[in-house]
Design a protein around this ligand. Structure first.
Ligand code: NAD
Length: 443
């Protein structure tokens, strides 16, 4: 099948590479010349485990190519995937300018039937907007070509994107066209052999399914963070509570970890966008608003703990920071809790010595020569000359550190752990004071 993907970000590049890997003939188009140049030279603009070798292998085999030329892109694929960004607008709603720009491009250049598949996360009703944008361009050209619009939201997780795409839990396809349904079945056939994972529905329901999934996951996190904050005040241990409730199969152990708030390019913006959609149809989404509110305050919890420890006197303090990415196995720092923490520390006059296994380049790109920020080559270097240690991301390499070294490197033997990586007794034994999230005593 000939396939075109618009957007070579986390979703577009993974989609293109995985579809090529099962034998489809894929062209990836991006307006960012720098990204396309890199990809043509075998360089991957983002960090995603396993992606580099799949891109290289399929580019070499000729099944995966990259272009900035919209005409070539539209001419290539019978299926045209839209996988561009939908960042939050000023009022929290999803900014659809990139999605509609692609729809217009398709209308400008198509000269035969096309299936326009929206993979970006978009508000309910965007399918109609995409259809209108394609049709308006065809009208301008005086053409009456047939095309279908499909909603095919993406559920991959950064850090595990290749596995998620190759072995999806479900493939949601929203369409009102049998022809498009069959073409999407064919496209995804290689990923659907073990059992049928394809769930067909109408376009609006598919669009809402993506938001509902992310809002549900964000709700689980904010709920656990609220119980963690209560645990601290009540002298209970959230880790015991977590195990206690997870054992109920109606609740389950998945995704109920407390922490220093969720970040990333999806949960914050999607919860906001869904709440904005609700307001747009005169519905006050109380729960969604609360999920967002709890998360915003949770992102300040680590700073509050550090500030409380130093009795508000942070000027001149040096904080070692392990973990900058919004979660492990990615270099993505969009809406990361580490950013809220660092920015609060700088405002209070403290400086930060930071290390992340993959997000150092991204930190440099975002903060450049920010005063009060030192980027360190290893987690041990970040400790040297620091007063205390704060952990924001649960990278594997932070799970079993040399506690004796931490204790001797810091001027104050204190660890603030935003991801509850350790057993408090382990740190006690090394003479370290341990502040985590929701762990009763000492917090
Ligand atoms: P991204 O910002 O990493 O990439 C978007 C890419 O689109 C950029 O490279 C940009 O240059 C390109 N682009 C913009 N306008 C274009 C145009 N007119 N033609 C071609 N390319 C264009 O975004 P992402 O993280 O891949 O997310 C894309 C969409 O998928 C968003 O709607 C997001 O909510 C959704 N999504 C993301 C994830 C995730 O984990 N990142 C998971 C599921 C869904």
């Amino acid at each position: 099948m000939k396939i075109t993907i618009f957007g070579t970000g986390y979703v577009g590049l993974v989609t293109g590479a995985c579809l090529a890997d099962v034998g489809h003939d894929v062209v990836c188009m991006d307006v960012d010349q720098g990204k396309i140049d890199k990809l043509r030279n075998g360089q991957i603009p983002i960090y995603e485990p396993g992606l580099e070798s799949i891109v290289k292998h399929n580019a070499e085999s000729g099944r995966l190519s990259f272009t900035t030329d919209p005409e070539q892109a539209v001419a290539h694929g019978l299926i045209q995937f839209i996988a561009v960004g939908t960042p939050p607008d000023e009022d929290g709603s999803a900014d659809l300018q990139y999605v509609t720009a692609v729809a217009r491009t398709i209308g400008q250049y198509m000269d035969d039937y096309r299936v326009v598949v929206d993979k970006s996360t978009v508000p309910v009703g965007t399918g109609d907007k995409v259809r209108d944008a394609v049709r308006a361009e065809l009208d301008k050209r005086g053409l009456e070509l047939d095309f279908d619009v499909v909603s095919n939201p993406e559920f991959l997780k950064e850090g595990a994107a290749i596995t998620d795409f190759m072995k999806p839990d479900r493939i949601v396809v929203g369409t009102d066209s049998e022809r498009a349904q069959e073409l999407l079945r064919e496209t995804y056939y290689p990923f659907n052999r073990n059992h049928d994972r394809m769930i067909f529905m109408d376009i609006r329901s598919a669009e809402l399914t993506k938001y509902a999934a992310n809002a549900m996951l964000a709700t689980k996190i904010s709920f656990m963070n609220e119980i963690a904050n209560l645990s601290e005040r009540l002298g209970a241990d959230i880790e015991a509570v977590r195990r206690g409730i997870g054992s109920d199969p109606r609740i389950g152990y998945h995704f109920i970890y407390p922490g220093c708030g969720y970040g990333g390019s999806c949960f914050p913006k999607d919860v906001q966008a869904l709440a904005r959609t609700a307001r747009g149809c005169d519905y006050d989404a109380k729960l969604l608003n609360a999920v967002e509110e709890v998360n915003l305050s949770q992102k300040h919890v680590l700073f509050d703990k550090v500030s409380h420890y130093f009795q508000g006197q942070l000027s001149g303090k040096v904080v070692a920071l392990w973990g900058l990415a919004f979660k492990p196995n990615t270099d993505d720092m969009r809406e990361a809790s580490s950013r809220t923490l660092m920015e609060s520390l700088w405002k209070a006059g403290a400086s930060v010595q930071a290390f992340d296994p993959e997000a150092m380049g991204e930190t440099q790109r975002i903060y450049g020569d920010q005063e009060g920020l030192t980027l360190c080559g290893t987690k041990e270097q970040a400790l040297k000359g620091a007063d205390v240690l704060v952990i924001c991301t649960e990278w594997k390499e932070f799970r079993s550190p040399d506690f004796a070294n931490i204790a001797s490197a810091l001027s104050e033997p204190v660890v603030f752990d935003g991801r509850n990586l350790y057993e408090p007794e382990m740190l006690d034994r090394h003479g370290l004071i341990y502040y985590a999230i929701g762990r009763g005593r000492n917090q």
